[in-house]
Design a protein around this ligand. Structure first.
Ligand SMILES: [Zn+2]
Ligand SMILES: [Zn+2]
Length: 84
């Protein structure tokens, strides 16, 4: 991946936080993961969408790691079984 460049002074930005969960406190549904970069020169902070392995479940819309199955769907399936 190419370096992120400060839009103010064009220095290479340094990664401060990766895959930081943005918006979780404000928007319960729309959790976005961002990589937070800071410029070592002017301390400008820039946000980029994280290159993460998070996926959105097509059934229930829950965002979860691609390595795991959807916990909400697993729970719903278990409840459906229990209600038969
Ligand atoms: Zn800068
Ligand atoms: Zn799901």
């Amino acid at each position: 991946m190419a370096d992120k460049i400060c839009s103010a002074c064009h220095k290479a930005l340094k990664l401060r936080e990766s895959s930081y969960p943005m918006g979780s406190a404000f928007l319960k549904a729309d959790r976005v993961h961002v990589d937070i970069y800071e410029c070592p020169e002017c301390h400008r902070v820039e946000l980029f969408a994280a290159d993460s392995d998070m996926i959105t479940c097509p059934k229930c819309g829950t965002v979860h790691s691609a390595k795991e199955s959807c916990a909400v769907c697993a729970l719903n399936a278990a409840l459906d079984e229990a209600n038969k």
